[in-house]
Write a protein that binds this ligand. Structure first.
Ligand SMILES: [Zn+2]
Length: 108
């Protein structure tokens, strides 16, 4: 018995399983080629999803920054708080996504 990673959800499973206990994908009638294709497609989708999230985070950061720069919200107003929140969330989300992308690349 060997431990392999599920081609769809990437979780560790036994190679004796005919279906993944985590995501229920049927593995029994899949050859090595089909598993490889599914694994690389899943990785592509994860990569694309992280890229989209990075883009949204960047827009959030830029939006907060530009409103702060052009509108000059009154100090202490909710608009100013919203701008700082958008900038903070955007930066943190963007950095988290970059780290996740590095780990996704390193994993395979
Ligand atoms: Zn699975």
């Amino acid at each position: 018995m060997a431990i392999i990673s599920c081609p769809q959800c990437q979780k560790s499973i036994s190679d004796k399983h005919t279906a993944c206990p985590h995501c229920n994908i049927t593995l029994g009638d899949m050859d090595a080629n089909a598993k490889q294709r599914l694994a690389s497609r899943t990785k592509m989708q994860q990569h694309q999803s992280l890229m989209n999230q990075s883009f949204i985070a960047l827009l959030l950061f830029l939006g907060g920054f530009l409103v702060l720069y052009w509108q000059h919200p009154t100090p202490g107003s909710w608009q100013q708080t919203a701008c700082y929140t958008a900038i903070g969330v955007g930066v943190v989300w963007y950095l988290v996504n970059r780290v996740r992308l590095v780990f996704l690349k390193r994993k395979n």
